[in-house]
Ligand binder design. Structure first.
Ligand code: FES
Length: 356
């Protein structure tokens, strides 16, 4: 049996599992430790240091997200020294970027904004000196504003460790450090797949979904969990709805199988057909050979299909008819379709678009 590790956190004697970090244990105990660069299911890099805690006999404050627990540790998560350190970090981050919340798409969802509020910081202590990068507008789906980037590296780890696309990394050093594809290219000129995982991972407004810009504030958005319609994997995702319109699609890492919150470009950005004005709302029938497709009722369409299939079957036999179903249908719908082809039409010529 796994040997438990006894320790004390904020005066509570607890037992931790080997390999757990101080942050893991605190969260299990319902003790809040703020984080910025920590992103679950990726490597702990200890970059931002807002998760610091005091550990008795340690030389300095310790980053709780990457410090494994050890027997007998005495940990404090809420002392004046910790709060002073967290405040300084947050004030420096605030001063080094263009954190103008008024028109930021992340306003209300921003982890830096939340921390400023939680720490009770009234105004920036240092001169605000944003780097002055141009906002990247060369692609149609992701807005990159590196003036708001806090260099936490979450987008890099999401790209490299979760999606394994390996497009993003840090370049340059010191105060000129920035995140991006190789050779400082725009996303559109890189090998980016536009899965949008980096946008989901960004804790601030550096990476945002373009189509959601000015389409609705976070507190006006209703999230509806659904299953992606594109392929048979059945990825779970959240439709972000405002005014009865899908304004963006986000992953939810609390969802488990099959995608654990990750999405591909189609599920993420391919849902504008839902509200598109060109979308067909009724069946179309070509009533005359070579004629125009004209709108029809569902009854007319079913009668037309039944009449034509019966006519072909009578004239040329059931083997002259084939049916193709779709990976976008449910298992039950696909089952019904093959049943219809086999038992109704009388042919085994039935296949599925996933094999095309
Ligand atoms: S969250 Fe621990 S160092 Fe950033």
């Amino acid at each position: 049996m796994e040997k438990k590790i006894p320790l004390n956190i904020d005066g509570r004697d607890v037992e931790a599992a080997p390999g757990q970090t101080i942050l893991d244990v605190a969260r299990e105990q319902g003790i809040y430790i703020p984080t910025l660069c920590h992103y679950s299911k990726t490597t702990n890099v200890g970059a931002c240091r807002v998760c610091v805690v005091e550990v008795e006999k340690a030389r300095s404050l310790v980053a709780s997200c990457c410090m494994p627990v050890s027997p007998g540790m005495i940990i404090k998560t809420d002392t004046p020294k910790i709060r002073a350190s967290q405040k300084l970090i947050v004030e420096l981050l605030w001063a080094s970027g263009d954190h103008n919340c008024l028109t930021c798409e992340q306003n209300g969802n921003c982890e830096l904004q939340n921390l400023v509020y939680w720490l009770g910081i009234e105004k920036p202590r240092f001169n605000v000196d944003p780097p002055g990068y141009e906002i990247e507008k060369t692609n149609t789906v992701i807005q990159r504003d590196l003036n708001k980037c806090i260099l936490c590296g979450r987008c890099i780890r999401a790209c490299n460790e979760i999606q394994v696309n390996e497009i993003l990394d840090f370049s340059r050093r010191g105060h000129r450090a920035k995140v991006g594809p190789a050779f400082d290219a725009d996303y559109i000129d890189s090998d980016c797949y536009f899965c949008g995982e980096c946008v989901d991972a960004c804790p601030v407004g550096a990476l945002t979904f373009k189509q959601a810009r000015f389409a609705g504030r976070p507190w006006e958005i209703k999230k509806v969990k659904t299953t992606c319609t594109y392929c048979g994997v059945g990825c779970q995702m959240d439709l972000n709805i405002h005014d009865n319109r899908i304004i963006k699609v986000t992953g939810n890492r609390a969802y488990q199988q099959p995608n654990e919150g990750s999405l591909c470009v189609k599920g993420r950005f391919g849902l504008d057909f839902v509200g598109h004005p060109d979308r067909l709302k009724s069946p179309l029938i070509r009533k005359e050979k070579g004629g125009e497709l004209v709108p029809a009722t569902w009854e007319e369409a079913y009668d037309f299909i039944a009449e034509r299939l019966a006519g072909i079957k009578k004239k040329s036999g059931p083997e002259s008819i084939a049916g193709f179903s779709s990976a976008r249908c449910t298992n039950e719908e696909n089952y019904l379709f093959q049943k219809f082809m086999r038992a109704g039409i009388g042919t085994n010529h039935v296949d599925h678009c996933a094999r095309l």
